[in-house]
Write a protein that binds this ligand. Structure first.
Ligand SMILES: Nc1nc2c(ncn2[C@@H]2O[C@H](COP(=O)(O)OP(=O)(O)OP(=O)(O)O)[C@@H](O)[C@H]2O)c(=O)[nH]1
Length: 382
């Protein structure tokens, strides 16, 4: 799996250890990366932005985030772990002033797919709401296609009543603020999140799904699969991050999602311990042979099948429906073929788009990369 942290820019100097400085990569690579959708993580200091990124995409345990240092520069993180889940996450320092003249909002917000604004629900959130309004206003003016996602975060410390009350209050005040700014048509999505349970993975799944243009096709394929196989619920998981990139159209209940996540953990753990070693001495932990079946004591079966190196299908079904496993397996193979075709089409379209934009770039040569814009911005962070 290739996860790559890129520490962008050159301030403060003793932190300049990004790949561009380290191995002299030029900006061509970064321009190619720019074709990927970008998710910006913003919010006040200590709201939990870096923790979210580390827990969801780098397998950091929630307790370890207690020792994370404050982010003092924009951290760019490439998420390349599957052909469908390809994007960049830019983690912004809480103290950054987006409205400073050196902040190149056109470049930063221009290529942005989603803006995740993190609000610490355990703290007084008045300042956070003000910053949210400013950020949304600024970003929307540059790029009206951005999906705005508000994470009401750290809700693990709140009881259920207070959780709901905070969500209502934040929703109400944020929408009112936007109306005052003349942006009542801008849609904000709200999610209650915590790194101490699965809510952060669920919320991020929803953010990522909005960036997958093939989502309706994937959902359709899953609907066809479950209706022909007696399956109750099916998730298409990105195995490493445990975010689901698609599910069938029946409602998702948190417990089912948690069960499926736990199953992935079990499969990965067992594979790591007992995984086969191939000729190259590389442990092939998750491969085309990977599958798993767990029978629960309530008559439910969890069934996992590998779709490709990065994706797994996890299904929940009644035990009596699993008696026709042959049908399920056959339908799964058809489903896997269809997914492969979607991948191929998508890759073709992406390559064509890249070739076109490479051609477009040639005459001007010096297209400003977002990294340059970030470097300008780093210089103003105290
Ligand atoms: N209780 C609780 N604490 C959390 C949660 N997420 C993050 N934290 C804690 O919040 C503190 C700040 O987290 P960071 O991830 O460093 O916050 P940040 O927004 O990146 O901060 P800056 O880099 O200063 O902008 C850490 O001590 C985390 O352990 C959560 O879901 N629940």
């Amino acid at each position: 799996m290739s996860y790559q942290d890129e520490y962008v820019g050159s301030f403060p100097k003793d932190f300049s250890y990004g790949p561009f400085e380290q191995n002299g990569e030029n900006d061509t690579a970064s321009l190619q990366e720019d074709h990927k959708p970008r998710i910006l993580l913003m919010g006040l200091r200590r709201s939990g932005k870096s923790s979210i990124q580390k827990v969801v995409f780098h397998k950091m345990s929630p307790n370890e985030t207690l020792f994370l240092e404050s982010t003092n520069k924009i951290v760019k993180d490439d998420i390349n772990n599957s052909s469908f889940v390809q994007f960049q996450i830019w983690d912004f320092p809480g103290q950054i002033d987006f409205f400073d003249s050196t902040f190149d909002s056109d470049t930063i917000f221009g290529g942005c797919g989603a803006l995740v604004f993190v609000i610490d629900a355990q703290d007084d959130y008045q300042d956070a709401l003000e910053k949210l309004q400013l950020t949304v206003t600024k970003a929307y003016r540059v790029n009206s296609n951005i999906k705005f996602e508000v994470f009401i975060h750290k809700v693990d410390g709140l009881n259920d009543d207070y959780k709901m009350e905070s969500q209502r209050d934040i929703h109400h005040r944020a929408t009112e603020d936007l109306q005052e700014a003349g942006l009542d048509h801008v849609h904000l999505s709200f999610h209650l999140t915590s790194i101490y349970d699965h809510s952060i993975f669920e919320a991020f799944s929803k953010v990522v799904q909005k960036l997958i243009p093939q989502l309706p096709t994937l959902e359709n394929l899953l609907n066809i699969l479950i209706s022909n196989s007696g399956i109750e619920k099916a998730f298409l998981f990105d195995v490493v991050s445990k975010i689901y990139i698609a599910t069938d159209s029946s409602p998702v209940d948190m417990q089912s999602y948690e069960l499926c996540c736990d199953m992935i953990d079990v499969v990965i753990d067992i594979s790591c311990i007992y995984g086969m070693v191939d000729e190259t001495e590389v442990t092939t932990t998750f491969n085309s042979q990977s599958s798993s079946l767990i029978k629960l004591n309530n008559g439910t079966v969890l069934y996992l099948r590998e779709v490709n190196k990065f994706l797994a299908l996890v299904c929940i079904l009644r035990e009596e429906n699993f008696q026709k496993q042959g049908v399920i397996d056959y339908n799964f193979l058809c489903f896997r073929d269809a997914i492969t075709q979607v991948f191929e089409l998508r890759n073709k379209a992406q390559n064509a788009a890249k070739d076109q934009s490479d051609l477009d770039d040639l005459p001007n040569g010096a297209r400003e990369s977002p990294d340059n814009a970030i470097e300008n911005l780093q210089a103003q962070i105290p």
